[in-house]
Every structure is written in structure tokens, then in C-alpha cells.
Write a protein that binds this ligand. Structure first.
Ligand code: PGA
Length: 238
């Protein structure tokens, strides 16, 4: 099974970019079910339709409620109906900029799972927490996965906050230690085995080395996924 390669466009690219992006991906890589592009919610329908057979569409967020008075929000079912098969939950930008806490993220995760979405649950320590990364990750995992019975649709993404968008990549040893630790906590507290992706300044020049690490089950790519050729070259590094 090939490793999972996930793009996170964040609030970038436009409707007009979708066709060319998908065309370039088709030109360079073969669709194998393990390529995902998380696009802004409003682009899910267009992207999922254009990218059929080459990449799956992912949402970057969803609300935990099925429906209701939550102006501006979209539910898990809505993003699924719009074409998403995956959703990111707990990205550090949401934890930080939108003050999303573990308990809230746990509700989102459970809501997304109940709709049949695959969840990429992001965890990671901040720079000032680097020396105590284990306790930070453990809390994010234990609180984030409360009440989860079935882990079949959960993928964890380890994204040290200090490595996101900074060009500072975690060392092979940092990655290996954190991934092993995450897997051991999920096993110990939930009796489950989860794949763990690495995210944080992944680019064409370092993807091969990161993906060669046996503890790394794939990558989550922000900046370098905005350009289809760069993203394709990361996919080709598997
Ligand atoms: P980056 O972002 O690749 O630009 O560091 C990763 C992410 O935020 O998921």
C-alpha cells in the first residue's frame, strides 16, 4: 500500500486554478487512492469532480453539529455531500487562531466519523513545548479521541507547530520519536493502530528522506502543495 500524500491548500488557490492543477497531476502521477487534496470547502464539488480517479478531495474543517444556528459554518455531512472523503480536524492554525480546544475537536472528530468521513487528526507541540512534546501530544490524543470506538477511519498527522510554514523541518530522529510515541499512546489508551503522517515544511527536496522513514505513513503538505508540479514531485518521492 503506498503512503498517503495529502495537500492542504489552506485559504489559497482559486476556482480558476483547479483544472490546470488537476491536469498537471494527471500528467505526472498515477491515481492510486492515496492522494488527497484538502481544498477550501466552497471548492470541494468542483475539485472532486475534476480530480476523479487521480486525487480525492478533503475538507479543511467542519462543524460538529448536524445542523443549526451556526452562521458561517458547514457540517460534516455538508462537506461529504460536496465531495469530500477526508477532513482535517485539529490543524494547529485552527487550534491557535480559532481557539479550538481538544474537547471541541473531539466532537468534530466524532461527528465526521459518524458521517463516514476519514479524519486526519492533527497534533503537534509548539516551539516552547519542544522539551515536553510527549505530554502535549498525549493530552491532544487522549482528549481528542475520547469516545472513539472505531479507529479504521482515523489518520493522525504529526505537525510540530514550529515546523509549519517556517522551513524548519523536524529531524529524522524528531519524527521517528514522535511517531513511535503517538502510535504507542493510541495503542495503550485505545487499543488501536493508526497511521501517522508527518507535516511541516515538507517539500520536493526533503520528501524522499522523510517518506523513507518506516515510521512515516505519509505526509501532509501545505505551502509546497499549492503548485501542482511541486506536489506531484512529492508524490513521486514515495
Ligand atoms: P507547510 O504546512 O507544509 O507549509 O509547513 C503544513 C501544514 O500546515 O499542514
Amino acid at each position: 500500500m503506498s503512503k498517503l500524500i495529502v495537500a492542504n491548500w489552506k485559504m489559497n488557490n482559486s476556482f480558476a486554478d483547479i483544472q490546470d492543477y488537476v491536469k498537471e497531476l494527471r500528467r505526472q502521477v498515477k491515481g492510486d487512492g492515496n492522494i488527497v487534496v484538502c481544498v477550501p470547502s466552497v471548492m470541494l464539488k468542483d475539485f472532486s469532480t475534476s480530480a476523479r480517479g487521480i486525487a480525492q478531495a478533503g475538507a479543511q474543517n467542519c462543524h460538529y453539529a448536524e445542523k443549526g444556528a451556526f452562521t458561517g459554518e458547514v457540517s460534516a455531512k455538508m462537506v461529504k455531500d460536496a465531495g469530500a472523503t477526508y477532513v482535517l480536524v485539529g490543524h494547529s492554525e485552527r487550534r491557535e487562531n480559532f481557539n479550538e480546544k481538544n474537547e471541541f475537536l473531539n466532537k468534530k472528530l466524532n461527528s465526521a466519523l459518524s458521517c463516514g468521513l476519514k479524519v486526519i487528526f492533527c497534533v503537534g507541540e509548539k516551539l516552547e513545548e519542544k522539551t515536553k512534546y510527549k505530554s502535549v501530544l498525549k493530552k491532544q490524543i487522549i482528549e481528542g479521541f475520547a469516545h472513539v470506538k472505531d479507529f479504521a477511519n482515523i489518520i493522525v498527522a504529526y505537525e510540530p507547530v514550529w515546523a509549519i510554514g517556517t522551513g524548519m523541518v523536524a529531524t529524522d530522529l524528531d519524527i521517528e520519536r514522535a511517531h513511535k510515541f503517538i502510535k504507542s499512546v493510541v495503542k495503550e489508551y485505545f487499543g488501536a493502530v493508526v497511521p501517522v503522517l508527518y507535516g511541516g515544511s515538507v517539500k520536493p527536496s526533503n520528501a524522499k528522506e522523510i517518506l523513507a522513514n518506516p515510521e512515516v505513513d505519509g505526509v501532509l503538505v501545505g505551502g509546497a502543495s499549492l503548485n501542482a508540479s511541486d506536489f506531484a514531485s512529492i508524490i513521486l518521492s514515495r
